[in-house]
Design a protein around this ligand. Structure first.
Ligand code: HEM
Length: 160
């Protein structure tokens, strides 16, 4: 989604816009379920072989990552809605377009549309940066031979 969003925006390839919006809107359902699952399940004991500061950083990055998974689809939908474009998910109309008597699209609220556009734009780059940090942290775990894959799979393995 990030790559598709950057590609279609940079190259002004409008043919991908409706695909991007449809997948993004469907992803929102999974994001809500994921967040629900995350907060229903207990958090694992933090890794004990690292500083408290590093543990705090790791938790902040994880929190920001999960937040961005929500911010991106919500800001995308809000931008589409307030700009008057409505929302179609694979040709199924979820939010109607805002059109005048002559069929011309009218923004519902131009300033909110551009606010959410900014959030979506900068949010995308923040999200990419967070993912890169996350990948770097995963490589560090591999380098330190820490069995983090088991923890990802839901096993509360202690790493000392
Ligand atoms: C997980 C969900 C999503 C991700 C990760 C995502 C990511 C992105 C990214 C990175 C861009 C490029 C931003 C830029 O360079 O300005 C983009 C553009 C865009 N996204 Fe999304 N998006 C998501 C969901 C949605 C949804 C649900 C909608 C609308 C219903 C949407 C509508 C758009 C539109 C219209 C653009 C083009 C903006 C422009 O022309 O400047 N996105 N998206």
């Amino acid at each position: 989604m990030l790559a598709l969003g950057v590609y279609m925006t940079e190259f002004k390839d409008y043919s991908f816009y409706s695909l991007h919006k449809s997948i993004g809107a469907i992803l929102l359902i999974f994001v809500i379920l994921r967040i629900y699952w995350r907060f229903r399940n207990k958090f694992f004991e933090p890794i004990t072989n690292q500083s408290v500061l590093l543990t705090r950083c790791a938790h902040s990055i994880q929190f920001l990552l999960i937040t961005m998974t929500l911010v991106m689809p919500v800001s995308g939908i809000a931008m589409s809605y307030f700009s008057g474009n409505g929302l179609k998910v694979f040709d199924v109309e979820i939010l109607a377009r805002n059109i005048d008597d002559f069929g011309k699209k009218l923004p519902i609220d131009g300033s909110l549309a551009s606010l959410f556009h900014e959030v979506h734009h900068y949010g995308g780059y923040i999200f990419i940066a967070l993912i890169l940090i996350h990948i770097f942290a995963a490589i560090r775990h591999i380098y330190r031979k820490e069995n983090f894959v088991q923890r990802i799979l839901g096993k509360n393995i202690e790493i000392k």
